[in-house]
Write a protein of this length. Structure first.
Length: 276
């Protein structure tokens, strides 16, 4: 069993859980994920690791309450236990010295990208971070991003269809200044539709754009095929070949979006959450 050692509410419906899982903490790397099961009746659900402490043997992940399992997780308190907590899974995010990296984050990605940004800074990169949130009330996790990023841009507000126009405007401004203010790489962990739009914005400029894709997953080991997607004309499994992919090579955006929406129930949509 895997005890919960801390539970913090970061914003309305946004939670951070800290789990005692020494084996996962020992091996975790930026961009990897875990698959957990709450109890005998629980489903297997993937969550991107947002932090870890190897000495304490703990692993953090951030989630938004949108469905049955996340509502159950939101009710857990320190002392409660998870039946299963498997990981770290997936390939770590690519990290090297690139120069100037722009990261674009929203939702759980605001927290889950922190280890990637930390690693990028350790490699001597300059990092500009754009954080997207519907409003200030639902903005969280600013402090570590402020400390790590050379520039932090807040893109608040929504157009009403889940696509945050302020984010694309902020990215457009940065791209317009390129190559005078050169951008060497973009890393995005935000909504599927925004990652798709970002990839199209950077493609003509030849700026490598890494997107973090989390389709529906079951086993997390490349056996079930649930997380398959098409990248560069080849079938790939997000759980073993990703979850980070070159956004310019992803050619199955429509399929990805449709499959994500398949499992969005009415209650999720009524809460104003986008399945994309
Ligand atoms: Fe089964 Fe990836 S989750 S193949």
């Amino acid at each position: 069993m895997y005890p919960i050692v801390d539970h913090e509410v970061l914003a309305p419906r946004v939670h951070r859980l800290r789990v005692q899982a020494p084996v996962v903490a020992e091996k975790a790397k930026p961009g990897q994920f875990v698959i957990l099961i709450i109890d005998e009746k629980g489903e297997r659900v993937p969550f991107t690791i947002s932090d870890w402490d190897r000495d304490a043997g703990t692993v953090d992940f951030v989630f938004i309450e949108v469905g049955k399992t996340t509502r159950q997780l939101a009710a857990l308190q320190p002392g409660d236990e998870l039946l299963s907590f498997i990981g770290p899974l997936g390939r770590p995010a690519e990290v090297d010295h690139y120069g100037h990296v722009v990261t674009v984050l929203s939702g759980y990605g605001i927290a889950a990208t922190v280890p990637i940004i930390r690693a990028l800074k350790e490699q001597g990169n300059t990092v500009t971070t754009i954080v997207q949130a519907p409003d200030r009330e639902r903005l969280f996790g600013q402090k570590p991003l402020e400390e790590l990023s050379d520039q932090l841009i807040l893109a608040l507000g929504t157009r009403g269809d889940g696509m945050m126009e302020s984010t694309t405007v902020a990215v457009r401004k940065l791209l317009d200044a390129h190559p005078r203010k050169r951008i060497d790489r973009v890393v995005a962990m935000c909504s599927l539709c925004l990652m798709r739009v970002l990839s199209e914005m950077t493609r003509p400029l030849g700026i490598k754009t890494m997107v973090h894709l989390t389709p529906v997953m079951v086993d997390g080991t490349g056996m079930c095929g649930a997380c398959r997607l098409s990248v560069g004309g080849t079938n790939r499994f997000a759980c073993v070949h990703g979850p980070e992919f070159d956004g310019h090579e992803v050619d199955g955006w429509e399929v990805l979006m449709a499959r994500r929406c398949t499992y969005a129930d009415e209650s999720i949509l009524q809460q104003g959450f986008q399945c994309r």
